[in-house]
Design a protein around this ligand. Structure first.
Ligand SMILES: *Cc1c(COP(=O)(O)O)cnc(C)c1O
Length: 406
């Protein structure tokens, strides 16, 4: 992989017409180690956030020894970078053939579910393969209520009373039984984990046996850009959230059992930025070479503020306006699809023009893992960059949360 000091250097050297991912392995390793240092249990990275081989490999090098996986594709991706990393199969709804593959070929022994039919499927496979149920830890996923930018509890999770029944049934069959929840992604309310712990406590107090562990899922918020037009929502730092979570775990007496977290976004968000080119400026619109069907679907939802840095093309000799005047531009994506327009404008210097580049920062999570081949566009070029996005000039621009009239 070609190496550059920063994205500006890469853009000026390569003059890329295709989007370029700027990968910062040192930032990734530092963010992973920071999380592992703060969480009082095991860290299982959620592969769906970003399952690129270079990312998984760097995480293994950073000492991440466990991965939250959901599909055969993810089992294989983890095995390809590590012969002995532990995998936790935490998708509550699974194909029976995938359960068999997980247990038989990949040696997976940790699994989650939220329904009795999933117990039936699992037990059928366990019997067929003649595995002792006592070698398997089954986490019962419980429903949570809370506030996150992306809510998931409407889709998965057993209500507390049902969770007690599922846990009892699993225990009778001989499995080790844990409890897990996933509060959704990018939590916006620091009380979220406490509410989930209270539910887990309710279930734990009603089962007739000792539970084998607690998995607190993901949801830990990553840092994004700041929109100066908007009052900043006061979100505590990761350190504050973690010390609060550790305190709550003690208070509910979960601290004496094996603990797991499944962070995704908070670990990978900062390790990638994206260089896009302005293919055309048409008035207050910018047509770029990426979009919602490629790396920017998470920003399309309009829930996060991405920081952006202007990389003017030095070949453009005359410009209109002042670089210090920042104004909103509507950003149109690369495909011919009329919905491929970012829902929020990018604020950039008024001088931005056809041929310039924009570096969009903190795009490591839920970006390239969601890209499609729609319309024949599939960004897949990577360079390594040594300077963290947050160092160097402050980002001039940002993808705002304000809407913009046409
Ligand atoms: C997506 C997911 C995660 C990761 O969530 P982040 O908000 O990215 O940390 C963790 N656990 C489960 C079960 C998930 O589905």
């Amino acid at each position: 992989m070609q190496q550059f000091e920063n994205a500006r250097e890469a853009a000026l050297a390569l003059r890329p017409d295709d989007p370029i991912y700027c990968f910062r392995p040192q930032v990734l390793k530092a963010d992973a180690r920071q999380f592992m240092g703060m969480f009082p249990g095991r860290t299982a990275y959620a592969v769906k956030t970003n399952g690129e081989q270079i990312v998984l490999k760097a995480l293994v090098e950073a000492g991440v020894g466990a991965f939250d996986v959901a599909s055969p594709g993810e089992f294989a991706a983890v095995r390809a970078v590590s012969p002995d990393a532990e995998m936790l199969y935490m998708h509550p709804v699974k194909a029976q053939s995938d359960i068999k593959l997980a247990l038989e070929k990949y040696g997976i022994r940790v699994i989650s579910l939220d329904h009795e039919d999933e117990i039936t499927k699992l037990t059928r496979v366990v019997r067929a393969l003649d595995i002792d149920p006592g070698a398997i830890t089954v986490f019962v996923r419980i429903q949570t209520k809370g506030s996150a930018a992306y809510e998931l509890s409407k889709k998965f999770g057993a209500g507390p009373a049902n969770a007690v029944e599922l846990a009892e049934r699993l225990n009778r069959t001989g499995y080790k039984v844990g409890l897990c929840f996933h509060v959704g992604s990018q939590i916006e309310d620091p009380d979220t984990y406490e509410r989930a712990l209270a539910s887990a406590d309710w279930v734990r107090n009603r089962v007739s046996f000792d539970i084998a562990g607690l998995d607190v899922g993901g949801g830990f918020p990553a840092e994004y850009g700041h929109d100066p037009n908007r009052k900043q929502i006061e979100m505590p730092s990761l350190g504050q959230i973690m010390s609060r979570l550790s305190g709550d775990l003690k208070e509910y007496q979960f601290d004496q059992m094996p603990l797991v977290a499944e962070p995704g976004r908070v670990i990978v968000a900062r390790c990638l930025s994206l260089i896009v080119r302005v293919l055309l400026r048409k008035g207050k619109r910018l047509y770029i070479n990426d979009g919602i069907w490629a790396s920017l679907s998470d920003s399309w939802t309009g829930k996060i503020t991405l920081p952006a840095r202007f990389i003017p093309d030095p070949a453009i000799r005359s410009r209109n306006g002042e670089e210090k005047n920042i104004m909103p531009f509507k950003v149109c994506g690369a495909t011919c699809d009329s919905v491929d327009i970012l829902s929020r404008p990018f604020w950039l210097p008024e001088t931005v023009d056809t041929g310039d580049w924009i570096e969009i920062g903190h795009i490591g999570a839920y970006s390239l893992s969601l890209r499609t081949r729609f319309n024949g566009f599939y960004p897949d070029t990577f360079v390594e960059v040594t300077t963290p996005f947050d160092e160097g000039d402050a980002p001039q621009g940002f993808a705002s949360l304000e809407t913009m009239a046409d």
